[in-house]
Unconditional design. Structure first.
Ligand code: ADP
Ligand code: 5GP
Length: 192
């Protein structure tokens, strides 16, 4: 059972299409927050990318272990994204919020909408690209995906933006055009 009572820290949900720059912006916001904003480390069944560290970027687990976490009610939300499970362990989120910290969840739109049902007081931010062409260029330029995964991620982007914008849940939209501006905007949301 997820306890959302008596929590003072803010729950900040950040979503947006793959390649829009969420990790880049979020990392800087956390680094500049002087410990007031913490990152929720998700569990996932996808393979680690080069440079990703288990326990820092994700908890990389197998499908069985992930399904056991679902069964045990340990996840605040979970979703199937691009054929892999992703989910937010509830314990660390509750603990950090109880300490008065803002907890940043970098999760997909489905996950965000699930959090909206469970935690109505949360803040929802959509990070959007300046244009579809720029999104394509960023995701392709990152060079972390094979051709098939890349196409799948790009074709989902439009749906994600549309769904978030019409959901009534994502009430804040930040266009990640000039990186510094996007970081400043999210930092302000996170700390106020
Ligand atoms: P996401 O976490 O949303 O999938 P990333 O943070 O991995 O996206 O960013 C995707 C790529 O876009 C990275 O190569 C990153 O350096 C680049 N990027 C991020 N923000 C900007 C920006 N404002 N302008 C140009 N490139 C950016
Ligand atoms: P990536 O594979 O690029 O790290 O992430 C793919 C997508 O899964 C991104 O939109 C990311 O925000 C989302 N994601 C990461 N962690 C979680 C999570 O715990 N729950 C949900 N619902 N989505 C997540």
């Amino acid at each position: 059972m997820t306890n959302t009572a008596n929590q003072s820290g803010k729950l900040l949900v950040v979503s947006g299409p793959s390649g829009v720059g969420k990790s880049t912006v979020d990392r800087e916001v956390i680094a500049r927050s002087e410990g007031r904003v913490v990152y929720s480390v998700s569990a996932t069944t996808r393979q680690p990318r080069e440079g990703e560290i288990d326990g820092r970027d994700y908890h990389f687990v197998g499908r069985e272990a992930f399904e056991a976490m679902i069964e045990a009610g340990e996840l605040l939300e979970h979703a199937d994204v691009f054929g892999n499970y992703y989910g937010t362990p509830a314990g660390p989120v509750n603990q950090a919020r109880a300490e008065g910290k803002t907890v940043l969840l970098e999760i997909d739109i489905q996950g965000g909408l699930a959090v909206a049902d469970k935690c109505p007081g949360a803040t929802f931010v959509l990070i959007a690209p300046p244009s579809k062409e720029e999104l394509d260029a960023r995701l392709t330029g990152r060079g972390t995906e094979d051709q098939e995964t890349l196409q799948r991620r790009l074709s989902k982007a439009h749906w994600e933006l549309d769904t978030a914008r019409t959901s009534g849940v994502y009430t804040i939209e930040i266009i990640n055009d000039v990186l510094e501006d996007a970081i400043g905007a999210l930092l302000e949301v996170a700390l106020t």
